[in-house]
Design a protein around this ligand. Sequence first.
Ligand code: PEP
Ligand code: MN
Length: 375
Amino acid sequence: MLAILHPDTPLDSQAYRETMQFLENLPNVSVRVHEVQGTHQKLTEIYLLGETKTLDKDEIAALPAVERVIRISEDYRILGRHRDGQRQNGFSYNGVSFTQENLNVFAGLCAVDNQEHVDIMMRALSEHGQVCTRMGAYKPRTNPYSFQGHGKGCLPWVFETAGKYGIKVIAMEITHESHIEEIDQCLEKLGRPTGVMLQVGTRNTQNFELLKAIGRQKTYPVLLKRGFGITLNESLNAAEYLASEGNANVVFCLRGMKTEAGQPHRNMVDFAHVPTVKRLTRMPVCVDPSHSVGSRDRAPDGLLDVTHATAQGIIAGANMVLADFHPRPEKALVDGPQALQMSELPAFLADIQLCHDTWKKRQALYRKLEGNESE
Ligand code: PEP
Ligand code: MN
Protein backbone atom coordinates (compact mmCIF):
# COMPACT_ATOMS: atom_id res chain seq x y z
CA MET A 1 0.00 0.00 0.00
CA LEU A 2 1.18 3.51 -0.74
CA ALA A 3 0.26 6.67 1.17
CA ILE A 4 1.00 9.86 -0.73
CA LEU A 5 1.39 12.88 1.52
CA HIS A 6 0.17 16.37 0.72
CA PRO A 7 2.77 18.06 -1.55
CA ASP A 8 5.63 19.79 0.28
CA THR A 9 4.69 18.37 3.70
CA PRO A 10 7.55 19.36 6.07
CA LEU A 11 9.12 16.35 7.75
CA ASP A 12 9.24 18.25 11.05
CA SER A 13 5.53 19.11 11.06
CA GLN A 14 3.04 17.85 13.63
CA ALA A 15 0.92 16.29 10.87
CA TYR A 16 3.90 14.29 9.61
CA ARG A 17 4.83 13.11 13.11
CA GLU A 18 1.30 11.98 13.90
CA THR A 19 0.99 10.19 10.58
CA MET A 20 4.29 8.38 11.00
CA GLN A 21 3.49 7.40 14.56
CA PHE A 22 0.31 5.70 13.41
CA LEU A 23 1.93 3.94 10.44
CA GLU A 24 5.00 2.78 12.35
CA ASN A 25 2.80 1.11 14.95
CA LEU A 26 0.87 -1.01 12.46
CA PRO A 27 1.55 -4.69 13.31
CA ASN A 28 3.68 -6.67 10.80
CA VAL A 29 3.98 -3.70 8.48
CA SER A 30 7.25 -2.00 7.65
CA VAL A 31 7.36 1.60 6.54
CA ARG A 32 9.63 2.99 3.84
CA VAL A 33 9.73 6.70 3.08
CA HIS A 34 10.54 7.80 -0.45
CA GLU A 35 10.94 11.41 -1.52
CA VAL A 36 10.21 12.43 -5.09
CA GLN A 37 11.47 15.78 -6.31
CA GLY A 38 9.16 16.59 -9.21
CA THR A 39 9.46 19.48 -11.62
CA HIS A 40 7.11 21.63 -9.50
CA GLN A 41 6.91 20.17 -6.01
CA LYS A 42 8.36 17.68 -3.57
CA LEU A 43 6.25 14.63 -2.83
CA THR A 44 6.73 12.26 0.05
CA GLU A 45 5.49 8.75 -0.59
CA ILE A 46 5.21 6.22 2.20
CA TYR A 47 5.34 2.58 1.22
CA LEU A 48 3.70 0.15 3.61
CA LEU A 49 5.13 -3.33 3.13
CA GLY A 50 4.24 -6.66 4.69
CA GLU A 51 0.77 -7.61 5.89
CA THR A 52 -1.17 -4.80 4.27
CA LYS A 53 -4.17 -6.69 2.89
CA THR A 54 -6.28 -6.11 5.97
CA LEU A 55 -5.38 -2.43 6.38
CA ASP A 56 -8.25 0.03 6.14
CA LYS A 57 -7.50 2.32 3.20
CA ASP A 58 -9.92 5.02 4.41
CA GLU A 59 -8.43 5.06 7.88
CA ILE A 60 -4.96 5.71 6.46
CA ALA A 61 -6.31 8.29 4.00
CA ALA A 62 -7.76 10.18 6.99
CA LEU A 63 -4.35 10.66 8.67
CA PRO A 64 -3.42 14.35 8.84
CA ALA A 65 -0.50 14.38 6.37
CA VAL A 66 -1.99 11.92 3.89
CA GLU A 67 -3.48 13.15 0.63
CA ARG A 68 -4.46 9.79 -0.82
CA VAL A 69 -3.81 6.08 -0.62
CA ILE A 70 -3.17 3.63 -3.44
CA ARG A 71 -3.18 -0.16 -3.24
CA ILE A 72 -0.15 -1.20 -5.23
CA SER A 73 0.43 -4.48 -6.97
CA GLU A 74 3.73 -6.26 -6.35
CA ASP A 75 5.27 -5.17 -9.66
CA TYR A 76 7.36 -2.00 -9.91
CA ARG A 77 6.38 -0.69 -6.48
CA ILE A 78 8.02 2.69 -6.85
CA LEU A 79 8.14 3.25 -10.60
CA GLY A 80 4.77 1.64 -11.38
CA ARG A 81 1.63 3.61 -12.11
CA HIS A 82 -0.64 1.15 -10.32
CA ARG A 83 -3.57 2.33 -12.45
CA ASP A 84 -3.38 5.76 -10.89
CA GLY A 85 -3.46 8.42 -13.59
CA GLN A 86 -2.60 11.22 -11.17
CA ARG A 87 0.76 9.91 -9.98
CA GLN A 88 3.51 12.42 -10.52
CA ASN A 89 5.96 11.43 -13.21
CA GLY A 90 9.33 12.66 -14.30
CA PHE A 91 12.04 14.81 -12.78
CA SER A 92 14.29 17.77 -13.45
CA TYR A 93 18.03 17.54 -13.76
CA ASN A 94 20.49 20.36 -14.34
CA GLY A 95 17.71 22.61 -15.61
CA VAL A 96 16.27 20.06 -18.06
CA SER A 97 12.94 18.45 -17.37
CA PHE A 98 12.17 14.84 -18.20
CA THR A 99 8.51 13.83 -18.09
CA GLN A 100 6.05 11.55 -19.84
CA GLU A 101 4.70 14.60 -21.68
CA ASN A 102 7.76 16.41 -23.03
CA LEU A 103 10.56 15.53 -25.40
CA ASN A 104 14.36 15.78 -25.32
CA VAL A 105 16.71 14.85 -28.12
CA PHE A 106 20.11 13.28 -27.35
CA ALA A 107 21.91 13.31 -30.67
CA GLY A 108 25.64 12.67 -30.41
CA LEU A 109 28.61 10.37 -30.78
CA CYS A 110 28.17 6.67 -30.09
CA ALA A 111 31.82 6.70 -29.05
CA VAL A 112 34.00 9.69 -28.29
CA ASP A 113 37.00 9.43 -30.62
CA ASN A 114 38.75 12.79 -30.77
CA GLN A 115 38.38 16.37 -29.58
CA GLU A 116 37.67 17.74 -33.04
CA HIS A 117 34.62 15.49 -33.53
CA VAL A 118 33.28 16.27 -30.07
CA ASP A 119 33.65 19.99 -30.82
CA ILE A 120 31.92 19.75 -34.22
CA MET A 121 29.09 17.71 -32.74
CA MET A 122 28.42 19.96 -29.76
CA ARG A 123 28.75 23.17 -31.77
CA ALA A 124 26.14 21.92 -34.24
CA LEU A 125 23.82 20.97 -31.40
CA SER A 126 24.12 24.36 -29.74
CA GLU A 127 23.51 26.10 -33.08
CA HIS A 128 20.23 24.20 -33.23
CA GLY A 129 19.19 25.04 -29.67
CA GLN A 130 19.96 21.61 -28.26
CA VAL A 131 21.11 21.19 -24.64
CA CYS A 132 21.50 17.40 -24.52
CA THR A 133 23.78 14.91 -26.24
CA ARG A 134 25.10 11.36 -26.08
CA MET A 135 28.84 10.67 -25.70
CA GLY A 136 30.23 7.18 -25.18
CA ALA A 137 33.45 7.04 -23.17
CA TYR A 138 33.19 3.51 -21.80
CA LYS A 139 32.16 1.16 -24.61
CA PRO A 140 31.05 -2.42 -24.00
CA ARG A 141 32.24 -4.26 -27.13
CA THR A 142 31.44 -7.73 -28.38
CA ASN A 143 35.03 -8.23 -29.55
CA PRO A 144 37.73 -7.74 -26.89
CA TYR A 145 40.13 -6.39 -29.54
CA SER A 146 37.73 -3.64 -30.69
CA PHE A 147 38.15 -0.04 -29.51
CA GLN A 148 36.89 0.04 -25.90
CA GLY A 149 36.38 3.81 -25.60
CA HIS A 150 38.80 6.39 -24.20
CA GLY A 151 37.39 5.92 -20.68
CA LYS A 152 38.15 8.50 -18.03
CA GLY A 153 40.95 10.03 -20.14
CA CYS A 154 38.48 11.83 -22.39
CA LEU A 155 36.15 13.08 -19.67
CA PRO A 156 37.89 16.45 -19.02
CA TRP A 157 37.73 17.63 -22.62
CA VAL A 158 34.29 16.17 -23.24
CA PHE A 159 32.88 17.98 -20.17
CA GLU A 160 34.72 21.23 -20.90
CA THR A 161 33.49 21.28 -24.49
CA ALA A 162 29.96 20.61 -23.27
CA GLY A 163 30.26 23.59 -20.92
CA LYS A 164 31.54 25.75 -23.76
CA TYR A 165 28.48 24.98 -25.91
CA GLY A 166 25.84 25.08 -23.17
CA ILE A 167 25.19 21.33 -23.17
CA LYS A 168 23.43 20.51 -19.90
CA VAL A 169 23.00 16.73 -19.99
CA ILE A 170 25.22 14.07 -21.56
CA ALA A 171 23.95 10.49 -21.74
CA MET A 172 27.03 8.40 -20.99
CA GLU A 173 27.10 4.65 -20.60
CA ILE A 174 28.96 3.21 -17.66
CA THR A 175 29.89 -0.44 -17.39
CA HIS A 176 31.32 -0.52 -13.88
CA GLU A 177 30.42 1.26 -10.65
CA SER A 178 33.90 2.82 -10.46
CA HIS A 179 32.92 4.91 -13.50
CA ILE A 180 30.40 6.85 -11.36
CA GLU A 181 33.25 8.08 -9.18
CA GLU A 182 35.43 8.89 -12.20
CA ILE A 183 32.66 10.98 -13.75
CA ASP A 184 31.79 12.64 -10.47
CA GLN A 185 35.39 13.55 -9.62
CA CYS A 186 36.01 14.97 -13.06
CA LEU A 187 32.83 17.06 -13.06
CA GLU A 188 33.59 18.32 -9.55
CA LYS A 189 37.16 19.27 -10.46
CA LEU A 190 35.92 21.25 -13.47
CA GLY A 191 33.22 23.05 -11.46
CA ARG A 192 30.37 21.05 -13.03
CA PRO A 193 30.23 22.65 -16.47
CA THR A 194 27.63 20.09 -17.58
CA GLY A 195 25.58 17.17 -16.25
CA VAL A 196 25.58 13.43 -16.91
CA MET A 197 22.77 10.91 -17.25
CA LEU A 198 24.26 7.51 -16.46
CA GLN A 199 23.36 5.03 -19.18
CA VAL A 200 23.00 1.33 -18.47
CA GLY A 201 23.50 -0.56 -21.72
CA THR A 202 21.43 -3.48 -22.92
CA ARG A 203 24.21 -5.90 -21.99
CA ASN A 204 24.02 -4.73 -18.39
CA THR A 205 20.26 -4.41 -17.92
CA GLN A 206 20.31 -7.29 -15.45
CA ASN A 207 23.71 -6.55 -13.89
CA PHE A 208 22.03 -6.20 -10.51
CA GLU A 209 25.13 -5.13 -8.57
CA LEU A 210 25.76 -2.34 -11.08
CA LEU A 211 22.09 -1.32 -10.87
CA LYS A 212 22.25 -1.24 -7.07
CA ALA A 213 25.40 0.87 -7.09
CA ILE A 214 23.85 3.35 -9.54
CA GLY A 215 20.61 3.36 -7.54
CA ARG A 216 22.44 4.22 -4.31
CA GLN A 217 23.52 7.59 -5.66
CA LYS A 218 21.06 10.36 -6.33
CA THR A 219 23.31 12.89 -8.04
CA TYR A 220 22.86 11.50 -11.54
CA PRO A 221 19.67 10.37 -13.26
CA VAL A 222 19.73 7.11 -15.18
CA LEU A 223 18.93 5.99 -18.69
CA LEU A 224 18.20 2.27 -18.50
CA LYS A 225 18.17 0.36 -21.76
CA ARG A 226 15.83 -2.52 -22.23
CA GLY A 227 17.60 -5.89 -22.20
CA PHE A 228 17.75 -7.20 -25.78
CA GLY A 229 16.86 -10.79 -24.95
CA ILE A 230 14.56 -10.62 -21.94
CA THR A 231 10.90 -9.80 -21.42
CA LEU A 232 9.63 -6.26 -20.95
CA ASN A 233 8.61 -7.19 -17.42
CA GLU A 234 12.18 -8.28 -16.62
CA SER A 235 13.57 -5.00 -17.94
CA LEU A 236 11.03 -2.95 -15.97
CA ASN A 237 12.01 -4.88 -12.85
CA ALA A 238 15.62 -3.96 -13.59
CA ALA A 239 14.55 -0.29 -13.55
CA GLU A 240 12.81 -0.89 -10.24
CA TYR A 241 16.17 -2.04 -8.78
CA LEU A 242 17.42 1.52 -9.27
CA ALA A 243 14.36 2.99 -7.58
CA SER A 244 14.38 0.47 -4.75
CA GLU A 245 17.91 1.59 -3.86
CA GLY A 246 16.78 5.23 -3.77
CA ASN A 247 17.10 6.67 -7.27
CA ALA A 248 13.77 6.92 -9.10
CA ASN A 249 15.02 9.44 -11.68
CA VAL A 250 15.01 6.87 -14.43
CA VAL A 251 14.28 7.12 -18.14
CA PHE A 252 13.51 3.79 -19.81
CA CYS A 253 14.99 3.24 -23.28
CA LEU A 254 13.62 0.96 -25.99
CA ARG A 255 16.43 -0.11 -28.34
CA GLY A 256 15.08 -3.13 -30.19
CA MET A 257 15.23 -6.86 -29.51
CA LYS A 258 17.84 -9.30 -30.73
CA THR A 259 16.15 -11.77 -33.04
CA GLU A 260 16.69 -12.97 -36.58
CA ALA A 261 13.07 -11.95 -37.18
CA GLY A 262 14.13 -8.31 -37.11
CA GLN A 263 16.39 -8.58 -40.15
CA PRO A 264 17.43 -6.70 -42.18
CA HIS A 265 17.36 -4.35 -39.18
CA ARG A 266 20.05 -4.89 -36.56
CA ASN A 267 17.33 -5.47 -33.96
CA MET A 268 13.57 -5.92 -34.03
CA VAL A 269 12.24 -2.39 -33.52
CA ASP A 270 10.05 -2.43 -30.42
CA PHE A 271 8.66 1.10 -30.34
CA ALA A 272 5.08 -0.16 -30.12
CA HIS A 273 5.99 -0.56 -26.44
CA VAL A 274 6.33 3.22 -25.91
CA PRO A 275 2.71 3.67 -24.73
CA THR A 276 2.86 0.35 -22.87
CA VAL A 277 5.79 1.42 -20.70
CA LYS A 278 4.06 4.75 -20.04
CA ARG A 279 0.91 2.94 -18.99
CA LEU A 280 2.69 0.52 -16.68
CA THR A 281 5.19 2.93 -15.16
CA ARG A 282 5.84 6.60 -14.47
CA MET A 283 9.10 6.62 -16.38
CA PRO A 284 9.64 8.92 -19.35
CA VAL A 285 10.35 6.68 -22.34
CA CYS A 286 13.29 7.01 -24.72
CA VAL A 287 13.72 5.40 -28.12
CA ASP A 288 17.06 4.57 -29.68
CA PRO A 289 16.41 4.23 -33.41
CA SER A 290 20.15 3.98 -34.21
CA HIS A 291 20.78 0.76 -32.32
CA SER A 292 17.36 -0.64 -33.26
CA VAL A 293 17.69 -0.19 -37.01
CA GLY A 294 21.48 -0.25 -37.21
CA SER A 295 21.91 0.92 -40.80
CA ARG A 296 21.48 3.82 -43.19
CA ASP A 297 19.15 1.93 -45.51
CA ARG A 298 16.72 4.19 -47.30
CA ALA A 299 13.10 3.57 -48.22
CA PRO A 300 11.73 4.40 -51.70
CA ASP A 301 10.10 7.53 -50.24
CA GLY A 302 13.61 8.93 -49.76
CA LEU A 303 13.68 8.66 -45.96
CA LEU A 304 16.11 6.52 -43.99
CA ASP A 305 14.67 3.55 -42.07
CA VAL A 306 16.24 5.08 -38.96
CA THR A 307 14.28 8.32 -39.36
CA HIS A 308 11.08 6.35 -39.99
CA ALA A 309 11.65 4.38 -36.78
CA THR A 310 12.31 7.61 -34.89
CA ALA A 311 9.03 9.05 -36.14
CA GLN A 312 7.15 5.89 -35.16
CA GLY A 313 8.43 6.14 -31.59
CA ILE A 314 7.69 9.83 -31.20
CA ILE A 315 4.27 9.75 -32.76
CA ALA A 316 3.44 7.12 -30.14
CA GLY A 317 4.50 9.49 -27.36
CA ALA A 318 8.22 8.86 -26.76
CA ASN A 319 9.84 11.46 -24.51
CA MET A 320 13.44 11.16 -25.54
CA VAL A 321 15.46 10.14 -28.58
CA LEU A 322 18.99 8.78 -28.45
CA ALA A 323 20.59 8.97 -31.88
CA ASP A 324 24.06 8.31 -33.26
CA PHE A 325 25.54 11.14 -35.32
CA HIS A 326 29.09 11.56 -36.58
CA PRO A 327 30.88 14.32 -38.50
CA ARG A 328 32.77 11.66 -40.51
CA PRO A 329 30.86 8.37 -40.19
CA GLU A 330 33.41 6.56 -42.34
CA LYS A 331 36.05 7.38 -39.71
CA ALA A 332 33.91 6.54 -36.63
CA LEU A 333 35.51 3.93 -34.39
CA VAL A 334 32.13 2.48 -33.34
CA ASP A 335 28.84 2.12 -35.24
CA GLY A 336 29.77 4.39 -38.18
CA PRO A 337 27.41 2.61 -40.61
CA GLN A 338 24.32 3.62 -38.63
CA ALA A 339 25.39 7.21 -37.83
CA LEU A 340 23.49 10.16 -39.19
CA GLN A 341 25.51 12.96 -40.76
CA MET A 342 25.75 16.51 -39.46
CA SER A 343 23.97 17.84 -42.57
CA GLU A 344 20.99 15.66 -41.58
CA LEU A 345 20.63 17.20 -38.12
CA PRO A 346 18.26 20.11 -39.00
CA ALA A 347 15.78 17.87 -40.87
CA PHE A 348 16.02 15.21 -38.15
CA LEU A 349 15.14 17.76 -35.44
CA ALA A 350 12.31 19.26 -37.51
CA ASP A 351 10.90 15.79 -38.24
CA ILE A 352 10.98 14.96 -34.51
CA GLN A 353 9.14 18.17 -33.65
CA LEU A 354 6.54 17.43 -36.32
CA CYS A 355 5.94 13.97 -34.88
CA HIS A 356 5.77 15.23 -31.29
CA ASP A 357 3.19 17.86 -32.31
CA THR A 358 1.28 15.18 -34.19
CA TRP A 359 1.24 13.01 -31.06
CA LYS A 360 -0.40 15.91 -29.21
CA LYS A 361 -2.93 16.38 -32.01
CA ARG A 362 -3.73 12.67 -31.94
CA GLN A 363 -4.54 12.93 -28.24
CA ALA A 364 -6.83 15.90 -28.92
CA LEU A 365 -8.58 13.95 -31.67
CA TYR A 366 -9.46 11.07 -29.38
CA ARG A 367 -10.30 13.30 -26.44
CA LYS A 368 -12.86 15.05 -28.66
CA LEU A 369 -14.32 11.71 -29.64
CA GLU A 370 -14.66 10.69 -26.00
CA GLY A 371 -16.30 14.05 -25.22
CA ASN A 372 -18.89 13.51 -27.97
CA GLU A 373 -19.61 10.01 -26.76
CA SER A 374 -20.30 11.13 -23.20
CA GLU A 375 -22.74 13.87 -24.30
C1 PEP B 1 24.96 2.55 -27.07
O1 PEP B 1 23.95 3.25 -26.91
O2 PEP B 1 26.05 3.01 -27.40
C2 PEP B 1 24.86 1.10 -26.91
C3 PEP B 1 25.94 0.34 -26.76
O3 PEP B 1 23.61 0.66 -26.93
P1 PEP B 1 22.98 -0.75 -26.44
O4 PEP B 1 23.37 -0.92 -25.02
O5 PEP B 1 21.52 -0.54 -26.66
O6 PEP B 1 23.55 -1.80 -27.37
MN1 MN C 1 26.55 2.30 -30.71
